[in-house]
Design a protein around this ligand. Sequence first.
Ligand SMILES: [Zn+2]
Length: 423
Amino acid sequence: MVCRFTALALALSLFCAFGYGQVTAIKAGKLLDPETGNVAANQVILIENGKIKSVGPDVKVPAGAEVIDLSRSTVLPGLFDAHTHLCYTSQPDQRNQFFIDMTETTAYRAIEGTKNAKDILEAGFTTVRDVGNNGRYADTALREAIENDIVPGPTIINAGRIIAPFGGQYHIQPDRPELGNPEYLYADTHDEMIKAIRENIQYGALMIKIVVDDQKYIYSAEDIKFIVDEVHRAGLKVAAHCMTTEGARNAALGGVDSIEHGFRMTDEVLQLAKDRGVVLVGTDFPEKAAEYLGQGPEFAKAFHTIFLDRLKRAYKIGITMAYGTDTFFAVPGETRGTLAISYIDSFVEAGIPAKDTLKIMTTNAAKLLGVEKQRGSIKPGLFADIIAVPENPLDNIQTLKRVSFVMKNGKVVKSAKNSSIRF
Ligand SMILES: [Zn+2]
């Protein structure tokens, strides 16, 4: 039963979260459509009730509307990071995963997540897919707090707890078999897989993440197909963490929606995944980000080189890609947002044209997340998730590191001083 006061509070929070009653017009000097790569000059975007009402050069601005002048900027849809861990923050001197499980409560991690969520939103990421490692559903709490406008953050599609063969991603010892909890839901039999999926959905997961192959015993293509069928029946999608060639092949054969990392994918497995419509979320670590993993410069160089090589091959083969970063580490002087945007360096280094990188960061990711009818483009009917940058990113994609304006659900969450005027 919903009490009247709860219903009223919910209505009020929705009213605020989506800017109801507010009409806003954005004057865009240049408007970039990542889907087509077109740039249109001097456009007006009219926003009402959190959604885009109309876009064009001759859109009439109603009296009383708030006008946001971005006439000296390039305006584009908010960015996506399809592989985050917002409620997991590994400190420089504590890179061992066990440390966080042993010392940080889920409540602490949810609070930590609010900081990461705000930072990543302010960097221009208006939607993220959070793929687990959030304790006991800190990600659900964070998502709901953002949806209820309690804290700022991107739209989140979250995975809940990661489903994995016994041990998860840890190599535990027999006196402490549960050390991999709560990070992982161990599931080895089909009964355990069904239970793990249903528990996740019950506790607020909007997608399912599996770890295929971090142990010697890996999920078979049949196991993965079994999971995918159950998850798809519930209307959710499956992301598969794959570290080996065999794991990625099994994931592609099992019909997952995305392969995460996939840095050992051969050309044959990339082609197989492409043929089966699987999206690659490559988490393509630039060398600098790999250094933050704290395993020395040689490791960072080798790690980055493997990712870069796979990124180049993936682009050449033409598998659909979505931008995902896997940032889970704290770095002095950086935020989760500045770290996440730094992964564009790998795309530049791999020689991928800015036009394609922008699609990977917006429309491709929106389709993977299943939100393409709500987000990822600046079109009438979609939520107003809009950012602005000083230069045209098609000429210089590095400008994405200097996002000056962020709007989510029609609400301004970041703007340069004096850029907002009201008539
Ligand atoms: Zn990850």
